[in-house]
Design a binder for this molecule. Sequence first.
Ligand SMILES: Nc1ncnc2c1ncn2[C@@H]1O[C@H](COP(=O)(O)OP(=O)(O)OP(=O)(O)O)[C@@H](O)[C@H]1O
Length: 294
Amino acid sequence: MNPQQTDDQPLLDIADLTVSYRAKGRRKPPNRVLDKVSLTIRPGETLGLVGESGSGKTTIGRAVLGLAPVESGTITFQGDPIEHATRRRRRELSRDLQVIFQDPYTSLNPSLTVGDTLTEPLIAQGHTAREARTKVGALLERVRLPADAAGRLPREFSGGQRQRVAIARALALRPKLVVCDEPVSALDLTTQRTVLDLLLELQEQTGVSYLFISHDLPVVRYMSHRVAVIHHGLIVETGDADQVTARPEHPYTRDLMLAAPVADVGEQRRRREARQARAARQEAQSRQDAVALP
Ligand SMILES: Nc1ncnc2c1ncn2[C@@H]1O[C@H](COP(=O)(O)OP(=O)(O)OP(=O)(O)O)[C@@H](O)[C@H]1O
């Protein structure tokens, strides 16, 4: 950590981040998927990142983890630039910067017991095997898995339990920031709620920050202090979670809100009508624009 880092500085500061993927054909221009994205996360805070499929959410998380081709812009973590960190620096960073992926079925090594899955990052960061093993029991307890889970393989667990293992692994080193990339999308609704509550509880206990990526606005609202909305690689709105979700300013955020599923049938109808009215207005506008063309 940079010695000049203080508590009122952001933990993570992304400024003007642009990411482009090289297109397959040689002559094709690169595909720009993030365009001057700027975001900050403070210590202990959850920033929810919401947007539809393909908008660039995962790419932001991958850029923070050093896994996306950064074309320009900066990513500052604990006061240090990390957008072009070396492998060695990345290994050091993994102590403070962790990730939880969407799919608990593919994110765990199927041939490692849960115990080995949890000791691996600890040993990689210099703990002895014995120290690491003694920490496993406490980690399992934290995520409410039985102590005998350590000797079992991932396939012996349900999706929700596997995601608890993934959470325990991410938190083993007491990181400062965890990128949670759609961490509950693969789970049924009841299990989603228990995993989300576990993440909240662990945040309260440890002060960890989350970059919480999801296409699901109600989930993002439940988890986040602040929310950023991304559309086609551009951040269109950022603000306090309640304000962005209850009084969205950008038309795209309003559309996202209207598209969010709700249990109340009357509310469903109201939203469907609002969506249809907006589509009709947009169609009328484009017809007018077409007539106005010379
Ligand atoms: N490795 C890659 N090479 C080329 N293009 C990529 C690569 N990864 C992502 N993309 C493209 O970048 C764009 C943004 O993808 P990204 O996965 O960040 O979106 P997303 O918002 O996370 O979507 P989803 O919710 O479906 O995961 C997409 O058009 C995608 O096809």
